[in-house]
Design a protein around this ligand. Structure first.
Ligand code: LLP
Length: 436
């Protein structure tokens, strides 16, 4: 995070709080969120895209009430995709009109809760859902604003994007196949839904701006086709072009995400020029960043338990450093072969570095946190290790595998730490048991 530093006294601090104090007070493993970092990334996004309310923080990356309040205070909107995320946002007092609802299989109760709460818009993902939501809005007695989620024929991966095999996925309505136009036509015919724009999400941890640009071209292309079929008056209410999330972040030095301002400016130009060409008012460009806001400013603190050298053939050895968490608090290395970096943070070591594999305490060999990392040779039991950029999709994808209670999450700011989520306890684990 921006506010991590080793002081002249050799102590590593996160937003002014020494890591060893954090570990002593809250235990390990521990997620430490730098509140100012999170908030300043909200502001950077708002500045780049012009209007904070058109930046929807994707709560799937990490959500708790405090985070929802930070997002609300920074003026951003929120994207939720389950009853749980919606309930957390509402519990935190997040303004309902700035909430957008996602998902390819939103249940009747989820849609009903969203409509009754007065959410800003629902992003429609199937024909069944169009009928379902129209009925629910009618029963509640409101006209619900909606976007239609389309697939643009671009599937982005970390370092490149491919324009094939993209239609074969569960999300959205295909533009090329005509499903998108059919969905739009159907929404126009409902009594209780008002189409306010189009939505596309091409993937996650993307470094190639060209994927977003192609998506923008294709969404506006569809808008032009809608104008041709339905005329400008009907289409002019479709003011939002939402290009989803996906902006990549730097986990390791080789990662090279595109500059935010450059991406935002390029997309704004495409959207403005192409809508002007068909006589439409310029749509508002919306985005849904999760990782790029929540990811970089959080570290996970672990305590080392054991160290083992394993002989690999005649003259190679591998160092395994085991920490007190693992795939239950960060599944991303095992699931996506994700890269992370870590440091020894509890003391300064002058020992030479050796390549080490940082592993968890779970009962499978794929339980790796950091695959290969130079670490001082003398790292041993009791040392604290910090893994960087764990704010997105680590806690939110955590599990209780091997019955490990989930870690606590604390926020640090101006030299002060406060708990956001307490550590789970054995009582939490046993609390689900139905006693005979
Ligand atoms: N909008 C929609 C509709 C999405 O599906 C997602 C992410 C986002 C926004 C936010 O994307 P972001 O800006 O965070 O990349 N578990 C994976 C990431 C899955 C992302 C799913 N959708 C990971 O750990 O890398």
């Amino acid at each position: 995070p921006r506010n991590a530093a080793r002081g002249s006294d050799g102590v590593v601090r996160l937003a002014g709080v020494p890591v060893s104090e954090l570990a002593a007070e809250f235990g390990t493993p521990l997620f430490v969120v730098d509140e100012d970092d999170f908030r300043s990334r909200c502001r950077d996004m708002a500045r780049a895209f012009g209007d904070p309310a058109r930046v929807h923080y994707a709560s799937k990356a990490f959500l708790c009430s405090a985070v929802a309040r930070w997002v609300a205070e920074e003026g951003l909107s929120l994207d939720v995709c389950s009853a749980g995320e919606l309930a957390t946002a509402l519990h935190a007092g997040f303004p309902a009109e700035r909430i957008a609802v996602h998902g390819n299989n939103k249940s009747v109760p989820e849609l009903d809760a969203a409509v009754r709460a007065g959410v800003g818009h629902v992003v429609l993902d199937s024909m069944i859902e169009i009928e379902r939501l129209d009925r629910i809005a009618g029963a509640v007695g409101v006209v619900q604003d909606v976007l239609v989620r389309v697939t643009v024929g671009v599937e982005a991966h970390t370092h490149e994007f491919i324009a094939t095999a993209h239609e074969d996925q569960k999300f959205g309505f295909s533009i090329a196949g005509g499903d998108a136009m059919a969905a739009i036509t159907r929404v126009f015919a409902t009594d209780n839904l008002r189409l306010v724009g189009l939505h596309s999400h091409i993937g996650s941890q993307i470094f190639d701006v060209a994927g977003f640009e192609l998506a923008a071209h294709r969404v506006i292309g569809l808008l032009r086709a809608v104008v041709a079929d339905f005329g400008v008056p009907k289409t002019s209410q479709m003011a939002i072009v939402d290009l989803g999330g996906g902006l990549g972040i730097s986990y390791v030095p080789d990662d090279d995400p595109p500059p935010l301002n450059e991406l935002a400016a390029k997309l704004a130009v495409i959207v403005a020029a192409e809508s002007a060409a068909v006589g439409l008012p310029t749509p508002e460009l919306a985005v849904e960043p999760g990782r790029a806001i929540a990811g970089p400013g959080t570290v996970t603190l672990y305590e080392v338990g054991t160290v083992k050298d394993v002989q690999l053939g005649a003259n190679a050895r591998r160092r395994y450093i085991s920490v007190d968490g693992g795939m239950s608090d960060n599944i991303r290395t095992a699931l996506y072969q994700a890269d992370y970096e870590c440091r020894l943070v509890s003391r300064i070591s002058t020992a030479p570095d050796v390549v080490a594999r940082i592993v968890g305490k779970h009962c499978e060999s794929g339980d790796v946190v950091v695959r290969d990392q130079w670490m001082p040779d003398d790292v041993g039991p009791g040392d604290l290790i910090a893994v960087a950029a764990t704010g997105a999709y680590c806690y939110s994808m955590s599990s209780r595998y091997n019955m490990l209670p989930r870690p606590a999450v604390v926020a640090v700011r101006d030299g002060v730490a406060r708990a956001l989520l307490r550590r789970e306890t054995m009582a939490d684990l046993l609390g689900l048991e139905v006693e005979e």
